[in-house]
Design a protein around this ligand. Structure first.
Ligand code: SAH
Ligand code: SF4
Length: 342
């Protein structure tokens, strides 16, 4: 019986409203439920005080409010916290909570493993296991928000953990609706960022469906180099990705983030920096350089620090805002590209 019960955390408010109406209940019960789950953190129907007793009983027979408890919580020396969650089918995912001065960023997963197979990425090496449900995406946020190690707000959500968010399009979209809704988790659209390897049709569709921030994993200034490290480039080459960015709506003063993992002797020469400056011309971007985080399953290496700085300066001279991501949590395997659910 319990297997067929619906998990209300899989539903954005509009779906809960349809569901309540089908049950013969007034529509506003859906709003009350949504608020009880996300503002008050309720995990069982019996404790929802705004509901009559009979409704609490009825819902508990046909539905559940799922929640996460981590199997393990590991804190790195720099304060980064890695949560390891074991799912109902025993597969594991990770979320990483990153402290900044006065607030937190949470990096969440959207799949177990990843089908995109980027050569330098540990999650890519795992291959694709399965999509996460909307509830499994949202529950990472709900848990972290209630277990922050400091009295600072959880301000940013980045979809940069395990998986390619746009490959899991429907569940990711529903999760984002819950993250952004004022009665849901109430995050600002400026503070929810989708990171994508560049699945062009889904980028265009998602950008029409919700207003969020975007990070695009470019990693190379030409198709020849990109084909070597990002297999998805064969389906959606650079030109198509850049054209998509030109079409995607962007609020005033907002820019796309271009992510660029720096790999020694592959994509980090000054000529490549110049080429990158050239291809991005005319697109509102800021560039985030990510020195490669080594892991045992590849032979790639990060460039030397002076090469990284020279790459940055070349782009800056061309007029771009360029940051270098200081990957946090490396000693616990919580840094970018180190997530493998172990
Ligand atoms: N699939 C999405 C989001 C998850 S990966 C994407 O590719 O954008 C998040 C970021 O981590 C990507 O920019 C990815 O290229 C980067 N990354 C993966 N492995 C890495 C590694 N070993 N070192 C540094 N960054 C890495
Ligand atoms: Fe997947 Fe992103 Fe890793 Fe590529 S970098 S394999 S898209 S998680």
């Amino acid at each position: 019986m319990s297997k067929q019960r619906i998990d209300v955390k899989n539903c954005p408010l509009e779906e809960l409203e349809i569901w309540m109406t089908k049950l013969g209940e007034p529509r506003y019960r859906a709003r009350q439920l949504f608020q009880a789950i996300y503002s008050q953190g309720k995990t069982d129907f019996f404790s929802i005080s705004t509901f009559p007793k009979a409704l609490r009983q009825r819902l508990s027979e046909i539905a559940v409010i799922s929640h996460f408890t981590p199997k393990e919580t590991i804190t790195a020396q720099d304060g980064t916290v890695k949560f390891l969650f074991s799912l109902n089918d025993k597969k594991c995912i990770e979320s990483v909570l990153i402290p900044h001065d006065g607030y937190f960023t949470l990096c969440i997963s959207t799949q177990v493993g990843c089908a995109q197979g980027c050569r330098f990425c540990l999650t890519g090496k795992m291959g694709f296991k399965r999509h996460l449900s909307t509830a499994e995406i949202v529950n990472q946020v709900v848990y972290a928000k209630r277990h922050l190690p400091q009295p600072w707000p959880l301000r940013n959500i980045v979809l940069m953990g395990m998986g390619e968010p746009l490959h899991n399009y429907e569940n990711t979209l529903k999760a984002i609706k819950i993250l952004l809704h004022p009665l849901g988790l109430n995050f600002s659209h400026r503070r929810v960022t989708i990171s994508t390897v560049g699945l062009v049709p889904q980028m265009l569709k998602m950008a029409q469906a919700v207003n969020v921030s975007w990070a695009i994993s470019l990693h190379a200034p030409d198709d020849e180099t990109r084909n070597l490290i990002v297999p998805a480039n064969k389906r959606y080459p650079l030109k198509e990705i850049l054209n998509a960015l030109k079409k995607m709506p962007l609020p005033p003063r907002k820019r796309f983030t271009i992510e660029y993992v720096l790999l020694k002797d592959i994509n980090s020469s000054l000529d490549q920096a110049k080429k990158l400056a050239q291809i991005l011309r005319g697109i509102p971007v800021k560039i985030n350089l990510i020195p490669f985080n080594p892991h045992p399953e590849t032979n790639f290496l990060p460039p030397a620090p002076e090469e990284i700085l020279a790459f940055q300066q070349t782009l800056q001279k061309a007029g771009y805002t360029v940051t270098i991501r200081q990957s946090k949590g490396a000693d616990t395997g919580a840094a970018c590209g180190q997530l493998d659910g172990k």
